[in-house]
Design a protein around this ligand. Structure first.
Ligand SMILES: Nc1ncnc2c1ncn2[C@@H]1O[C@H](COP(=O)(O)OP(=O)(O)OP(=O)(O)O)[C@@H](O)[C@H]1O
Ligand SMILES: [Mg+2]
Length: 325
């Protein structure tokens, strides 16, 4: 982390379990198999809804993630996607081949959609990053990529390719170059190089293509350290691409949260060491454009803290890109 730069927390605006309307709570409890008697809201992450570890009347524990389309139309859609991914991965998870919690069930009532997932008795990695935990995470991500290459058929059938999935997000420089209003708020480095950045960004998709099922949102708040295991949660963005892309997407948050700079992080992982500069630069460029343009947009409904988090990662990613160019 740069001196004087404190990382904004990866936290959004949660809904507490008792604030969910009673009929929706009842539907979720049915998916749990018993009434919820204790719910502890989990801070890490941005989804504008419930994220709680619960204990039920039958003594069992679950993790509940629930959202209403009335608060944010996108949140239940993402939860639905996540349910589909977890269901597709379930045979591999059940066989102990993936460090991912199993899906128990889903519930739907009116605008509400909920996932009920196996509870992981663990904690997010300590921040600022500790080198030993980061090493364990990188090891786990390497094994995860191995187990998800080629992408398991049950998920590959519905998971989009990364080019399609990130097409809109990864067009930030081109949008700015086309005369978007946000161009006036750009930092001077970006403004001076905008045409070059837009041209390089346009080539990212071919370099990111691949046959690995990516998580596409690896960050400290989507990891849990549980004893000796590193568990990967929050799968709505799973898509097919090259294994190194998950490291690229993870790297800016690591530097922002007190870990090594992106280049050093990639050097510590197999997929990161193997990728050529020619493949890496366009993908880093597209990610920098995403963070830079998003951070300058108004906050999405129900996610008041997201833009600051993106701005901080944008700074790291532009620095990485400048070194690659
Ligand atoms: N199965 C689980 N068991 C225990 N704790 C969990 C589990 N899954 C997630 N958590 C904790 O809850 C937090 C929020 O969960 P998650 O990351 O799935 O949601 P989110 O980031 O808010 O959602 P989304 O990205 O879908 O908008 C995580 O940071 C993690 O600390
Ligand atoms: Mg999360």
């Amino acid at each position: 982390m740069l001196p004087g730069m404190s990382a904004p927390p990866a936290e959004g605006a949660r809904v507490a379990w008792p604030d969910v309307p009673a009929p929706a709570r009842a539907a979720i409890e049915e998916a749990c198999g018993a009434a919820v008697i204790e719910a502890r809201t989990q801070p890490g992450g941005f989804s504008p809804g419930v994220a709680a570890r619960v204990r039920c009347a039958d003594g069992r524990r679950w993790f509940i993630k629930a959202a209403s389309a009335e608060r944010n139309p996108d949140a239940p859609r993402l939860h639905r996607r996540e349910a589909r991914v977890l269901a597709g991965l379930d045979p591999l998870i059940a066989a102990g081949q993936l460090p991912v919690p199993r899906l128990r069930g889903t519930a739907e009532l009116g605008p509400w959609f909920a996932l009920v997932v196996e509870d992981v008795e663990g904690r997010p990695p300590a921040l600022p990053w500790h080198d030993d935990q980061l090493g364990r995470v990188l090891g786990a991500l390497g094994r995860l990529a191995g187990a998800l290459t080629p992408a398991p058929a049950a998920v590959a059938a519905t998971a989009p390719g990364i080019a399609e999935y990130l097409e809109e997000d990864f067009s930030g420089w081109r949008t700015l170059a086309a005369g978007d209003d946000r161009v006036h708020d750009l930092d001077s480095w970006s403004r001076a190089r905008l045409p070059e950045l837009a041209a390089l960004e346009a080539t990212w998709a071919a370099h990111a293509a691949g046959d690995t099922l990516l998580h596409a949102d690896i960050r400290a708040d989507n990891l849990l350290i549980a004893g000796d295991a590193v568990v990967v949660v929050d799968w709505p963005h799973a898509c097919r691409g090259a294994a190194f892309v998950d490291l690229v997407l993870f790297a800016p948050s690591v530097a922002m949260q007190g870990g090594p700079e992106p280049a050093e992080l990639l050097a510590r992982s197999g997929a990161g060491r193997e990728v050529s500069r020619e493949a890496l630069a366009p993908v880093v460029c597209a990610l920098a454009g995403y963070f830079t343009a998003s951070a300058l947009a108004p906050p999405p409904p129900g996610l008041p803290t997201l833009r600051r988090f993106q701005a901080a990662q944008g700074e790291v990613t532009r620095r990485w890109l400048a070194a690659l160019l």
